[in-house]
Design a binder for this molecule. Structure first.
Ligand SMILES: NC(=O)c1ccc[n+]([C@@H]2O[C@H](COP(=O)([O-])OP(=O)(O)OC[C@H]3O[C@@H](n4cnc5c(N)ncnc54)[C@H](O)[C@@H]3O)[C@@H](O)[C@H]2O)c1
Length: 288
C-alpha cells in the first residue's frame, strides 16, 4: 500500500480537538478517513467543527465552496479502532495518558495489516514506550501536529528507538502531501515544541498566582512585547488545561527536574473542570 493513488485511506483514533483537525486535513488531501471515538457525541461535535472550519475556509476563498461536502463525505465514523478498514496510516489522537495510548496501539496492531504505519499525535509521551505495546515498533512513529491542524504548517516527526528509516520517509512524504513541513525530532519527553512551550506557560501561571500582573497583562507582555501571536494564558486555554497539565507531568516525571513542576493553580483548575476553551472557562471566559 502507498499513500498515493487509488483507495487512499487513513484511520484517526480520537475525535477531539486534534483528531478532528487531522481528519479534516487528510480528507481535504483526498484521503478517505475512518474516524473513531469512544464517545459518539464527540464524533458529532467533530463533524460539526470540520464543517464550520471548511465553510470558513470557503468564505475566505482558501478552498472552493463546492469542495465542502465532498471533503465531509470522505470522513466516516467507525465504532471501534478494531473496525478501521485497512489503511496506509492510522493516527492516534486520544488523551495524553500513557496506558490509554498503549491499549489503542495494542488493538490497532492486532487489527491492521502488518504494513500499516501506526502514528501517535502525543505531545510528550515516549514513542518508544507506545511502540513497545505492538509487534511492529519499526512501523510506529510520532506525528505531532500543531493546533489548529488546518492552519499550522509544522509537524514534529519523532523517531522512537526502533522507528525504521522507511517509516520516517513515509511519514515525511505524508506531511509533504498535506502541504506541511516536517521536522525530525528524537524521542525525548516533550520533544522540542512542548519542552520549550510548557515551561513558558507554567511560568505565566506562577506569575499570575504570585500577583505579578493580571492574566490580561501577562498575555499583553508576551503579545505586544515579544510579538507572540497569543499570550501564554490564552494559548493554554486554547490547548486545553488538562493537556497542559498532562504534558508538564510527563516532563516533570521523565526528567526528574523541578523546573517542570506543574503550578498548583493549573492542577486546581483542571480538578474544577476549568479546561479552557473546550469547557467554556479557563484563565479567560468563553461562555458567551
Ligand atoms: N490540544 C492541543 O493543542 C494538542 C496539540 C498537539 C498535540 N496534542 C495531543 O493530541 C492528543 C489529543 O489531544 P486533544 O487536545 O485532541 O484531546 P481531546 O480531549 O480534545 O480529545 C481526545 C478524544 O479522544 C477520545 N478518546 C478517549 N479515549 C479513547 C479511546 N480509547 N479510543 C478512542 N477515542 C478515545 C475522547 O472521547 C476525545 O474525544 C493528546 O495526545 C495531546 O497531547 C494536543
Amino acid at each position: 500500500m502507498t499513500g498515493t493513488g487509488q483507495g487512499k485511506r487513513v484511520g484517526v483514533v480520537g475525535a477531539g480537538t486534534m483528531g478532528s483537525g487531522i481528519a479534516q486535513v487528510f480528507a481535504a488531501a483526498n484521503y478517505r478517513v475512518d474516524l473513531v471515538d469512544i464517545d459518539d457525541e464527540r464524533i458529532d461535535d467533530a463533524i460539526g467543527r470540520i464543517r464550520a472550519s471548511l465553510r470558513k475556509l470557503a468564505s475566505r476563498g482558501v478552498i472552493d465552496p463546492a469542495q465542502v461536502d465532498p471533503v465531509l463525505d470522505r470522513i466516516e465514523a467507525v465504532e471501534d479502532c478494531r473496525n478501521i478498514r485497512p489503511a496506509t496510516l492510522v493516527i492516534e489522537a486520544a488523551p495524553e495518558i500513557s496506558n490509554v495510548k498503549q491499549e489503542i496501539f495494542r488493538r490497532l496492531d492486532e487489527a491492521m495489516p502488518p504494513e500499516t504505519i501506526l502514528a501517535t499525535n502525543t505531545s510528550s509521551i515516549s514513542i518508544t514506550d507506545i511502540a513497545a505495546a505492538t509487534d511492529r515498533p519499526d512501523r510506529v512513529i510520532g506525528m505531532h501536529f500543531m493546533n489548529p491542524v488546518p492552519a499550522m504548517r509544522l509537524v514534529e516527526l519523532i523517531r522512537g528507538a526502533a522507528t525504521s528509516d522507511g517509516t520516517y520517509r513515509f511519514a515525511e512524504a505524508m506531511v509533504g502531501e498535506l502541504g506541511k513541513t516536517a521536522v525530525e525530532v528524537q524521542d525525548y519527553p516533550g520533544f522540542v515544541a512542548n519542552r520549550i512551550l510548557m515551561p513558558m506557560i507554567n511560568e505565566a501561571i506562577c506569575a499570575l498566582v504570585e500577583g505579578v500582573a493580571s492574566a490580561e497583562d501577562i498575555d499583553r507582555v508576551m503579545t505586544l512585547g515579544m510579538n507572540h501571536p497569543m499570550g501564554p494564558l490564552a494559548l493554554a486555554d486554547f490547548i486545553g488545561l488538562d493537556i497542559c497539565l498532562a504534558i508538564l507531568e510527563v516532563l516533570y516525571e521523565s526528567y526528574s527536574d523541578p523546573k517542570y513542576r506543574p503550578c498548583a493553580l493549573l492542577r486546581k483548575m483542571v480538578d474544577a473542570g476549568y479546561l479552557g476553551r473546550k469547557s467554556g472557562k479557563g484563565f479567560f471566559n468563553y461562555e458567551s
